[in-house]
Design a protein around this ligand. Structure first.
Ligand code: ZN
Length: 489
């Protein structure tokens, strides 16, 4: 279908908020064309729900749109689903045009390239696989990633490289050869020759970064006994991750053994922190699971043999210190004096909850307030604005987290900081403006956003109390069927 489309047309039609959301939907691959012909495009957009969008071409390459999502009667702009589908159509149209240009160009380009290849000086050949006239053999390359101890005793991540069955014994030397387009003897039977061999493009991108590491890194980073491992400086890690994810085969290796396939997850660590009553009146904190993991604190990563887990900088450095502390005292149990216990529960427990599971013995909890968090959200409309107030309640203790995130309470309160944070983050996502003690939304577009996209998530976490002025804003009637009649003269 050919329609007149550009980013501005879509923005005008859908408004900036829907445009941005639609763009995110599209880029996350949530748009799927179900029907695409010269008269209309039908597509589904999958978010929390699946909505069907139809874009129908009218005369003169203009078009009409329709979406199955619920809409506020008062909203004049098209929704983000329509925006997502229009962006998909726009990209598809662009691609068709550029392919047409490429096809037209190809004979000329290929000839020129062929001619250059015949009379080439070698520098035109990169180590990567080229699209045209490539006659070199693509080398089957496997990378290994795993923890290594650097010369300064820090745990670092290292990379090893295999070509086919051959392990590269001196990776820095080999990478230098690749960079200089020189051949390298890798075994009695195989010599790498840049004139005969090349790498698949995804592998080549990784090799380029590794070459940079070899150029940049100081000798002190190298393991003097093992030249097969190149230590990855933390500053290069973030660049490497997406490439390693794309490469055909990257393995986890620990102490020479393959332990799994490369992946980085944000899963919860299998750590258990148990506060127990010890002898006499004192307590102890027992920590289980910490000896099995390696903290790669310069990368904010935890190595767990079969997976790498990404942590926030704060959580990772806390875990690093905790592990060091336990290692130095050769114990997995920390004694806590009775009068320290309050401080622990209040200040340490919330942090521990972020990196693992916390259990507190019944004997201990009796002395603290362990009522569950009951969060309440109050919504009202005044002067054409949506107002929101938030209240956190633990038993008899009620406070407004916007006024005071650290309320002074007489008894020791075990707070659910994870959930408190989730709720406040969601409210921030709603683009509310903050006033003393409350929130308000200053336009209708944001209000629609909030009521339809943020509220469903919030409702899972908080009790919502809305006045009828707010309830009336939510349009719940079923969509009426539409009949269109076209009359041709
Ligand atoms: Zn929609």
């Amino acid at each position: 279908m050919d329609i007149k489309l550009n980013q501005k047309v879509i923005k005008d039609l859908c408004g900036t908020v829907s445009f941005k959301r639609g763009d995110a939907f599209y880029r996350a691959g949530k748009v799927e064309f179900t029907d695409n012909n010269e008269h209309w495009v039908k597509a589904t957009v999958t978010g929390a729900d699946v909505f069907k969008v139809t874009v129908t071409k009218s005369n003169d390459s203009h078009f009409t749109t329709d979406c199955t999502c619920p809409k506020l009667a008062s909203v004049t702009h098209e929704c983000q689903h329509v925006a997502a589908v229009l962006l998909a159509i726009l990209d598809e149209q662009k691609q068709r045009t550029s392919n047409a240009i490429k096809n037209y160009d190809r004979p000329v380009n290929a000839l020129a390239e062929g001619l250059l290849n015949i009379f080439s000086n070698e520098s035109r050949r990169t180590s990567g696989h080229q699209l045209h006239f490539e006659t070199r053999k693509i080398l089957n390359t496997v990378f290994g990633i795993g923890p290594v101890e650097a010369s300064d005793q820090q745990m670092m991540l290292g990379v090893t490289m295999n070509i086919g069955p051959i392990k590269i014994e001196d990776i820095s030397e080999f990478l230098k050869n690749v960079a200089n387009r020189q051949s390298a003897i890798l075994s009695d039977l195989f010599t790498y020759d840049p004139k005969l061999h090349c790498f698949q493009n995804d592998i080549d991108s990784i090799i380029k970064i590794l070459i940079q590491i070899v150029h940049d890194s100081e000798l002190s980073l190298q393991d003097e006994n093992d030249f097969s491992t190149l230590i990855i400086p933390p500053s290069f890690w973030q660049q490497l991750v997406p490439l390693l994810k794309k490469a055909p085969e990257v393995l986890f290796i620990e102490a020479g053994e393959v332990t799994g396939q490369f992946q980085v997850s944000t899963e919860r660590l299998p750590l258990l922190f148990n506060f127990e009553k010890g002898t006499d009146k004192d307590y102890s904190l027992k920590i289980a699971g910490i000896s099995n993991l390696i903290v790669l604190h310069k990368y904010n990563l935890i190595w767990m043999k079969t997976q790498l887990i990404q942590l926030s900088t704060e959580d990772c450095s806390r875990l690093f210190e905790l592990k060091n502390m336990l290692a130095q005292s050769r114990t997995d149990s920390i004694p806590i004096l009775q009068d320290q216990m309050g401080f622990f529960v209040e200040k340490v427990v919330p942090g521990l909850r972020r990196i693992g599971e916390v259990q507190i013995d019944g004997d201990i909890t009796k002395q603290f307030l362990t009522e569950p968090l009951i969060p309440k959200l109050y919504l009202d409309r005044v002067n054409n604005r949506l107002l929101a107030g938030i209240e956190f309640q633990y038993g008899k203790i009620v406070f407004n987290p916007l006024e005071d995130r650290e309320p002074k309470v007489n008894s020791l309160l075990i707070r659910d900081m994870v959930r408190e944070d989730q709720i406040l983050e969601l409210l921030d996502e709603g683009s509310f403006a903050k006033t003393d003690g409350g929130y308000f939304l200053h336009n209708e577009e944001l209000e629609y956003e909030f009521l339809y996209h943020v509220m469903p998530k919030l409702q899972k976490l908080v009790q919502v109390y809305a006045t009828t002025a707010v309830r009336n804003r939510i349009f719940r009637e079923p969509a009426r069927p539409q009949i269109r009649v076209k009359v041709k003269k």
